[in-house]
Write a protein that binds this ligand. Structure first.
Ligand SMILES: Nc1ncnc2c1ncn2[C@@H]1O[C@H](COP(=O)(O)OP(=O)(O)OP(=O)(O)O)[C@@H](O)[C@H]1O
Ligand SMILES: [Mg+2]
Length: 511
């Protein structure tokens, strides 16, 4: 008989308008890495939230070590040794790393002394698993990569035996992903059992023992990873074959749309510039990509470009007009669309409905309001049209509160809104983060289509596949500077890597 540490049997969980989990059975073997794969909105996070006690299912049974258990809240889950790293982290921003890790299991018996012991335990774990964190840093000051290490340490600190990772790699850099894969393998080798959600088939092939597939709330099947292929996984998941390459004709660039001249941005953390002397242009009909390792000034540069951050010096022109000092609203109503890096901070108002979010920057336009009163019917029609075009799935359509939508569907909603409204320049930062392979294909197609219709696209991406597949020109940013420009048709991943790591730079770029 199989040694299952967790069995979720015939789980059904409904939300208004949707059966998120429809009679799903999932069995986790002790010591295995079990991947959970499915399209955006398939019900993965919901199923894991049922296991972690966030949701109580309408039907079904959960067994731990063969015995039925009741998990009514996260404390029950913790008591059973179940820990979870959430898709959207759940850390307290104004607390330190250490306080977040011990939160809820504070060593109150001996007060002061045991806080020191807790600190030691955290540092020991951090050394043992190579999870580098600064215990005294505040969460709000650290990178997402470090926040995730904090979440992992939190599970290890509690000595959890069953570890749930909900899309841990969506927010990590390729280097951090490699490290995480190593850690997961080590943990499994020690006998911990891991549930791992990801949309990246390469990651499943690299670390998972088995993979269960969900589609539209239903269980499709479980496969042994060593006997399967990426193609089989993706067709089980979306019910059709997925192309992994982007179909596009050579770019036919026309007039200059975006011109960036000698842009500098002062760093908030140190004395140097976080963006230094950046100059380039993007023409109508081309996709120009800024590639680079996370943290090399891309975020600050986009901040300066869109108006979210201050620019120190330099000039930005859009269709020939100097927009350096213009407001965010001015830019957004004069041809600039922006799919932002942080969908929760800058992309959506989570407590508004989908239809309200779809017209966030345009509610005052005659199409949507008259004499200050919103035209509800128009709003709904528009939202439904965009949702259909971009396959945005949710329980209650246009009236769904965005917070209740799955992560990938939130991302699709932003992409739909930004690509549909009037613009000449699309700034797309990690546009496919958190999307399933089918949705990535759709977004890439839509971006190429708008290129061919004469828009200019500035892509900022950490995904090398996306960089190589989608771009017409690649600029590499390293320590705040553009250190090289390469042609995706002739460059190699190795060459790109040399630029990204600072080992190579174009002499002609040095001013
Ligand atoms: N709290 C909630 N209230 C209402 N509906 C919800 C809630 N949570 C999830 N849903 C709905 O349940 C469905 C499944 O969502 P879930 O978050 O489980 O998807 P997912 O497979 O994790 O997708 P993704 O890959 O995009 O993260 C979605 O249609 C979503 O809109
Ligand atoms: Mg999810």
């Amino acid at each position: 008989m199989e040694d299952y540490v967790i069995e979720m049997l015939h789980i059904t969980k409904e939300f208004p308008g949707i059966i998120a989990n429809d009679d799903i059975t999932l069995q986790l073997k002790r010591g295995e890495i079990h991947a959970l794969l499915g399209e955006n909105g398939a019900g993965k996070s919901t199923l894991m939230s049922v296991l972690f006690g966030h949701y109580t299912p309408e039907k079904g049974v959960i067994k731990k070590d063969g015995k039925e258990v009741k998990i009514s809240n996260p404390n029950d889950a913790t008591a059973l040794g179940i820990g979870m790293v959430h898709q959207h982290f759940m850390l307290v921003d104004i607390f330190s790393v250490l306080d977040n890790i011990i939160l809820g299991s504070e060593p109150n018996k001996f007060g002061f002394l045991t806080k020191a012991a807790a600190r030691k335990k955290v540092l020991d774990l951090s050394n043992k698993y190579n999870l580098k964190v600064d215990p005294d840093a505040l969460i709000e000051d650290i990178t997402v990569g470090m926040q995730q290490r904090v979440e992992i340490l939190k599970m290890l600190y509690r000595e959890n035996e069953i570890l749930i990772f909900d899309e841990p790699t969506a927010v990590l850099t390729p280097q951090e992903i490699d490290e995480l894969m190593k850690i997961m393998k080590e943990l499994a080798a020690e006998g911990k059992s891991i549930l791992f959600i990801t949309h990246k088939l390469n990651e499943i092939m690299a670390v998972a023992d088995r993979c269960s597939i969900l589609r539209k709330g239903k269980y499709i099947g479980t496969v042994d990873v060593k006997n399967t292929t990426k193609e089989e996984l993706s067709s089980m998941m979306v019910g059709r074959n997925v192309k992994f390459a982007v179909d596009k004709a050579p770019a036919q660039p026309k007039e200059e749309i975006l011109k960036v001249e000698n842009v500098c941005v002062k760093s908030k953390l140190h004395n140097n510039d976080s963006v230094h002397n950046v100059s380039f242009n993007v023409r109508a009909g081309e996709i120009v990509c800024i590639a680079g390792i996370d943290g090399n000034g891309q975020t600050e540069f986009v901040g300066a470009l869109t108006g979210l951050d201050d620019i120190e010096s330099g000039k930005i022109s859009l269709c020939g007009e100097d927009i350096t000092k213009k407001s965010i609203r001015y830019k957004s109503t004069h041809g600039m669309s922006h799919i932002p890096e942080d969908r929760h901070k800058h992309g959506l108002v989570l407590d508004y409905t989908l239809e309200e979010n779809m017209i966030l920057q345009r509610y005052f336009e005659p199409q949507f309001s008259k004499n200050g009163i919103l035209k509800k019917g128009e709003m709904r029609k528009y939202s439904d049209k965009l949702a259909a075009a971009f396959d945005v799935r949710s329980g209650q359509g246009a009236t769904t509160i965005v917070r209740a939508m799955s992560g990938g569907n939130q991302q699709k909603a932003i992409a739909a809104r930004e690509m549909d409204r009037d613009h000449k320049l699309l700034i797309a930062v990690q546009p496919t983060r958190g999307l399933d392979v089918g949705a990535i294909e759709n977004i890439h197609e839509a971006i190429v289509k708008e290129r061919d219709a004469g828009n200019a696209i500035l892509l900022v991406s950490l995904e090398l596949d996306e960089v190589m597949n989608l771009s017409d020109r690649i600029l590499v940013m390293y320590e705040g500077e553009i250190v090289g420009e390469v042609d995706p048709k002739t460059t190699t991943l190795q060459e790109l890597g040399l630029y990204m790591s600072g080992a190579k730079r174009d002499t002609r770029k040095e001013a």
